[in-house]
Design a binder for this molecule. Sequence first.
Ligand SMILES: Nc1nc2c(ncn2[C@@H]2O[C@H](COP(=O)(O)OP(=O)(O)OP(=O)(O)O)[C@@H](O)[C@H]2O)c(=O)[nH]1
Ligand SMILES: [Mg+2]
Length: 313
Amino acid sequence: VSTRGGEPGDYASRLLSGDRLALARVISKFENRDRDSGEVLRGIFQKTGRARVWGITGPPGAGKSTLVDQMVRRLRSRGLQVAVVAIDPSSPFTGGAILGDRIRMQDHSSDPGVFIRSLGTRGKQGGLSHATLETVLALDAAGYDVVLVETAGVGQTELEVLGLAQLVLVVLVPESGDSVQMMKAGLLEIADLFVVNKSDRPDADRLVQHLSGVLDLGTPGRRRPEVLKSQATAGTGVDELVSHLLQLASEDDPERRRRNREFLKSEVLHILTERLQNSVRQAFETSSGIDILSQLESRQMDPITAADLLAGS
Ligand SMILES: Nc1nc2c(ncn2[C@@H]2O[C@H](COP(=O)(O)OP(=O)(O)OP(=O)(O)O)[C@@H](O)[C@H]2O)c(=O)[nH]1
Ligand SMILES: [Mg+2]
């Protein structure tokens, strides 16, 4: 063991040997885009690919966190180590729930087989999925058997983040009937399993039937997702849910592989885009960059020519 604890190689090896503090530090590095995060990632990447990564999404307040908490319990009782990545919703409406999540999740804080982490939605497009992917890779390398990624909402960012999940669980509530229409905007395509939570409320069965009807129409090349019911606050239906996800995870699904390939592709694109943006931003600081800028201002040079020049520099 090296005495120089700050070296990227040390972080990687400490993480791989199960050091939770190192794991937390590595995730922060990834989130903050520290200079040495690339090297740390290279040091752990070979050890990834083993964890089951499940996305949990659905409308705000549907009970995702309550359900995740219950799923953690069930997975733990099956002897599996579980990590939870909660994407902090940017929506002001759900801000208060985060605190609630944290308090609830503290129940697991004494269990070394559980690791919980929140990631913020700050940063620009692509930044979050990037940080989430790297966080999931770190958790995977650290040996967690299942990584649950909770995202709220059904916006573009959330859909993008869910691309990294091998399975996507969509949580709805009996009142979500109307939003089934809206879900056609993408969620329906990526869902592997639906759960109608808050089944203690009226109309849960109606939504199950309605959703089943929609799903029966089918998506070509896709397995028809099941629709289950749960009451997360009482823990009802959670065992069936977990069993079903474990079963799905054990089956090979070409669509899932395709989705994962697309995600990896878009991640590399994000990395390249970010690099190019950074290098061009830096180029604008140099004397020739400043010169190009003034030529642009005085209309002596057009933006396309400027881009060509900067890309070549
Ligand atoms: N009646 C009932 N209430 C539930 C059930 N599951 C969760 N709740 C309640 O619904 C509220 C929201 O639950 P959360 O687990 O925070 O929901 P969430 O989807 O994580 O919310 P956001 O992260 O803010 O989008 C809480 O008050 C829960 O106690 C359920 O099965 N039945
Ligand atoms: Mg939540």
